[in-house]
Write a protein that binds this ligand. Structure first.
Ligand SMILES: [Zn+2]
Ligand SMILES: [Zn+2]
Length: 395
């Protein structure tokens, strides 16, 4: 059976997959600077015997593994490769050798797992029909997102996949388990930059001024109505302001106040409407109180929707592979992921790989200087991904 074959190959290649992950972890590169990483991936793919590969979006790579009847169906598997500007605090043999750069979001795990899946799939290519398209992408952590650049550079064309599958480490889920969610899964994330322009002066003479501090305070309160009144209760939305800058003093009212925040939701039409609501509320308040406002929305990634049927099939395949007790249902997650760009183009399934191990003290969250994984997750990360791809080719 193909499942048992894939499982035994994943177990056979486990130490090699761990070694690859450690190499990547020790040599992290920031978003859109993944040159050594891309060269490493290319060499690994060539050593596996995968020769149909192309560079995309400067540091991205697309490769093909053709089974029998290669045009029958095409499934894409995606891994991201970039690291974060964080000083690693783990004292481990594979600690980052680049001060201030760290694989703190597990993209080393995703890349090593996808390489492992590639090796497994290449071994069993006589046993499936169709083609596996491997997508190693740069720059997940930085707007505009490597996924959007890969799409622009035609990573999803020639040949065009029917579906795409991606995975991400999850330190809340114990190693040995994975998580899936059909439908709405992750949020769009837009950055808000508001500048309220009034007229500053002595705090004792408010009647001669236009106080941007008071106006900013009204704005922050009023903008919450976008979430509480304008948003449908069926679509999750978050509006948070994390920075206010009013550089006055006890007796000085400043000329302007700057506010920064984030708006997140799970529906593209509502997202665009919400931007307009926010701008018109801010403008109305500023105008009514005699000030002016600059309201800039810097658009981030779109929301991530997991295709219902594809994700249902993948979840069932994961249950076959790992057992029912090891496959969890996920909640909505209000963080953003550039995998969402692929899901705007085609059916996608983005699932979570458990990496937590309390007994070993591996509990830190992603984007922290002590993030690490239980490396037993890599055998599943590679094997399950290979199995999901083969099952989807058969579907
Ligand atoms: Zn991240
Ligand atoms: Zn990530």
């Amino acid at each position: 059976m193909i499942k048992d074959k894939i499982k035994s190959l994943a177990s056979q290649y486990k130490s090699e997959i761990i070694a690859n992950r450690r190499h990547l972890h020790a040599n992290p590169e920031l978003s859109f600077h993944e040159h050594e990483t891309a060269a490493f991936v290319q060499n690994q793919l060539k050593s596996i015997g995968i020769t149909e590969l192309e560079t995309k979006a400067d540091t991205g790579i697309v490769a093909l593994i053709k089974g029998k009847n290669p045009d029958k169906k095409i499934i894409a598997l995606r891994g991201d490769m970039d690291a974060l500007p964080i000083f690693e605090q783990n004292e481990v043999p594979y600690k980052s050798t680049k001060p201030g750069i760290m694989h703190a979001c597990g993209h080393d795990v995703h890349t090593a797992s996808l390489l492992g899946a590639a090796k497994i799939l290449n071994d069993v290519k006589e046993e499936f029909e169709g083609t596996i398209k491997l997508i190693f992408q740069p720059g997940e952590e930085l707007i505009p997102g490597g996924a959007s650049l890969m799409i622009k550079d035609k990573a999803l064309e020639n040949p065009k996949p029917q579906a795409i599958i991606g995975q991400h480490v999850m330190p809340l889920i114990p190693v040995g388990k994975v998580g899936f969610r059909k439908g709405m899964y992750m949020a769009s994330a837009d950055e808000l930059y508001i500048t309220v322009k009034g007229k500053g002066g002595h705090g004792a003479m408010p009647e001669t001024l236009v106080d941007p501090v008071l106006i900013a305070a009204h704005m922050i309160v009023a903008l919450q109505q976008v979430v509480s009144r304008n948003a449908s209760p069926k679509i999750p939305s978050v509006l948070s302001f994390g920075r206010i800058e009013a550089l006055g003093a006890t007796n000085i009212i400043p000329n302007e106040v700057k506010i920064q925040g984030t708006f997140r939701t799970l529906n593209e039409a509502w997202r665009a409407k919400a931007h307009q609501h926010m701008i018109s509320i801010a403008k109305g308040i500023a105008e009514g109180m005699g000030a002016e406002v600059d309201f800039e929305v810097r658009k981030g990634y779109p929301f991530l929707k997991n295709a219902e049927e594809l994700t249902g099939r993948a979840q069932n395949a994961a249950i076959e592979y790992l057992g029912k007790e090891n496959v969890e249902d996920l909640d909505i997650w209000m963080a953003a992921e550039d995998f969402s760009y692929y899901t705007q183009e085609m059916d996608g399934c983005f699932y979570r790989l458990g990496t937590r191990n309390e007994a070993k003290g591996i509990t830190s969250g992603v984007h922290t200087p002590t993030f690490d994984i239980d490396e037993d997750a890599l055998e599943i990360g590679a094997g399950l991904m290979a199995y999901l791809a083969v099952k989807e080719l058969e579907a």
